[in-house]
Ligand binder design. Structure first.
Ligand SMILES: Nc1ncnc2c1ncn2[C@@H]1O[C@H](COP(=O)(O)OP(=O)(O)OP(=O)(O)O)[C@@H](O)[C@H]1O
Length: 250
């Protein structure tokens, strides 16, 4: 069983070096981004504001909202990358996230070595990696490049490698932002099939996306954020309609 419980979570980004300029006055009227305030002289962006959320097995939540609404910040809090300023996050189950998918690659190490490094970083034992090695390397179709340092890879080649390792894992909770942007058309098609399989295995999934199609295809409910705060939650079509409404847009 997997579970996510988020209680009254707020996350502030203190902006070091914003100076004395009146950032607040200049930006306050924009609908984009989290709220901007000033705390003892320091400018603070509120990435998330009083979020409550409970997800259990079978839940597939789509996070939607304007640029800077807080979608990625919420994913990062769930992934444990950020600690909330206030509130509580309880996670039961193993998390795999697509955030920063290519981060942590050792540029001087070969593709093969990076499969081991990534695997270890993502919690696999050496034996588990060995068992998956052939399947991962076949999927990348990088052939002899796997013996070369990854610094010589193109961004699409690096993405193939990162994607292959990530999707070879088993996760209880899958956290995703838009991931398969890179790669040629044929690889994207192949990656989609593998991604579907990977997603089907997860017990809980949270996807942040600007694509209605992605939300409709992969999720069974949606959470609409505005300036870091929940604005609507529930059935996908209803929440997407609220997203388009004047009430949300103004
Ligand atoms: N590292 C950071 N430092 C300071 N502020 C940040 C940082 N990351 C995000 N923010 C701020 O937090 C707010 C929420 O950003 P977030 O990236 O979560 O939005 P988002 O909904 O994922 O946006 P988008 O759709 O544009 O990707 C924004 O106002 C953004 O400026």
């Amino acid at each position: 069983m997997a579970r996510i419980k988020v209680e009254n979570v707020t996350l502030h980004y203190p902006i070091i070096g914003a100076g004395d300029r009146s950032v607040k006055n200049r930006l306050l009227n924009f609908a984009t981004g989290g709220k901007i305030t000033r705390d003892s002289g320091t400018v603070v962006v509120t990435g998330l504001d009083q979020i409550d959320l409970e997800l259990n097995d079978g839940d597939r939540l789509g996070l939607i909202g304007h640029n800077g609404a807080g979608k990625s910040t919420l994913l990062k809090v769930l992934a444990g990358i950020y600690t909330p300023t206030n509130g509580k996050v309880e996670i039961e189950g193993r998390i795999v996230s697509t955030l920063n998918i290519t981060l942590g690659f050792e540029m001087e190490a070969t593709g093969f070595e990076n499969i081991y490094l990534r695997g270890r970083l993502l919690g696999l034992t050496t034996r588990e990696i060995e068992e998956k090695l052939e399947e991962i390397s076949d999927f990348t179709e990088l052939g002899k490049y796997l013996d070369l340092p990854v610094r010589v890879y193109s961004s699409g080649m690096l993405m193939r490698l990162a994607f292959a390792v990530m999707t070879s894992l088993e996760s209880d909770i899958l956290l995703m932002d838009e991931v398969i942007g890179t790669g040629d058309a044929r690889f994207i098609h192949k990656a989609e099939a593998r991604l579907n399989e990977f997603m089907n295995k997860a017990k809980i999934m949270v996807i942040a996306s600007h694509s209605d199609d992605v939300i409709r295809e992969f999720c069974n409910s949606a959470l609409l954020l505005k300036n870091g705060t929940p604005f609507a939650r529930g059935e996908i079509d209803e929440v997407l309609e609220i997203y388009e409404s004047e009430e949300y847009q103004t």
